[in-house]
Write a protein of this length. Structure first.
Length: 58
């Protein structure tokens, strides 16, 4: 369940443990992971929009 916990923290669904120590490199890595997850979700939304919404307007 560690992976799902980490993804929930990246997507701001769950708060981080304040006792957990984080270095500068961990902060940067978490930021890059968060950005890549948001870009992936945006891409999924674009593909779903193209598949299901655009054909109705032609």
């Amino acid at each position: 369940m560690g992976i799902f916990k980490q993804i929930a923290e990246y997507l701001y669904l769950k708060k981080r443990d304040p006792k957990e120590e984080r270095s500068q490199f961990m902060k940067m890595m978490d930021g890059m992971n968060r950005l890549s997850i948001f870009i992936f979700l945006f891409g999924i939304l674009v593909v779903l929009f193209k598949l299901f919404v655009l054909p109705h307007f032609k």
